[in-house]
Design a protein around this ligand. Structure first.
Ligand code: 6CS
Ligand code: FE
Length: 305
């Protein structure tokens, strides 16, 4: 049986005494919630974003030129091999190998990425959707190596950011810029178009400091197989494929995930999360403590071009 759809079952959380419009990490199953917030908070002017409101994502072909793809490709190889980063907490390795899986806070580690996050091509898109100035909530490079690259199980990013980082509302967008060609065969991202309208409360409480493990393989804050079935039947599943330099802009509550990559073709991307300055983090809604700033930034200074 799949969970029925109801309008609201929000309320005050006993742990924090706070009213919570998106309750998650619960002890007992709860129905799916209809999103109470808008998706587009500003005015869409870019034709590329025409279906963002309905789908919860937009594909941006050729966001980067081939020369830029080469430049950023070299930059992320440099970062992955940087001996100074080997013992840095911002570097996450694969669970079953010692290969680099992600590096966080890349916009602080790389001058080129710092420039990229405030590039008007990028910034204006985030600002149109979020209807305000924005800042970087999280940035990372995902490497997804060939052969033994492991995917990300189905999840909503907002579920984690709300529970663990104290992000009040789904007023954030992620930009995933691909630096390699994305084929259906090399673990490309799958999304459920329109699923950003439904919030799926997840089961289980958040253990202290579980986040490092979660960045290798997420086990807390993932929907049940029933939830995923209900959403997939309702919204369907699309896959984001495209040439290096293309990008996907997506709503923070879009249901998404990726398979393992056993092909020889790696799939690396630069991932930047923009949050509205009017949606600054508060205390976590369902976790014992805040995550470190390199995962969920508390520097809310707006970006300017
Ligand atoms: O932890 C985060 O912020 C992001 N990473 C994972 C594996 N899931 C939630 C979110 O996308
Ligand atoms: Fe995600």
């Amino acid at each position: 049986m799949s969970a029925p759809m109801v309008l609201r079952h929000t309320g005050t959380r006993p742990e924090t005494d706070r009213y919570d419009r998106y309750p998650t990490r619960l002890g007992t199953p709860a129905p799916h919630l209809e999103r109470a917030d808008p998706t587009v908070w500003g005015k869409i002017e870019s034709p590329q974003l025409a279906s963002f409101d309905a789908d919860g994502f937009a594909i941006l072909d050729e966001l980067l030129t081939p020369a830029e793809v080469a430049e950023f490709g070299a930059e992320i190889i440099r970062l992955a091999g940087d001996p100074e980063l080997r013992d840095d907490k911002r570097l996450i390795v694969e669970k079953s190998s010692n290969r680099v899986r992600s590096i966080f806070q890349v916009h602080k580690l790389s001058a080129a990425v710092a420039e990229l996050v405030r590039d008007p091509r990028v910034l204006r898109l985030a600002e149109q959707v979020l209807g305000s100035e924005v800042y970087v909530h999280q940035s990372r490079v995902n490497y997804m190596p060939g052969f033994r690259g492991t995917g990300f199980y189905w999840h909503s990013d907002f579920e984690t950011w709300h529970a663990e980082d104290g992000m009040p509302a789904p007023r954030a967008v992620s930009l995933s810029i691909t630096l390699t060609d994305n084929y259906p065969i090399n673990g490309s991202l799958m999304v459920m178009p329109g699923s950003h309208h439904t919030f799926v409360p997840c089961l289980g409480s958040t253990p202290a400091e579980h986040y490092r493990e979660s960045l290798q393989e997420q086990e807390i804050g993932v929907p049940t197989t029933e939830d995923i079935t209900t959403l997939a039947n309702r919204y369907g599943i699309s896959q984001f494929t495209g040439r290096a330099g293309s990008a996907l802009l997506f709503d923070s509550n879009l249901m998404h995930g990726s398979s393992n990559n056993i092909t020889p073709f790696p799939r690396s991307n630069i991932f930047v999360v923009f949050n509205s300055v009017h949606n600054a983090l508060v205390e976590p809604f369902a976790a014992p403590a805040r995550r470190p700033g390199y995962i969920g930034s508390r520097d809310f200074t707006p970006l300017s071009a």
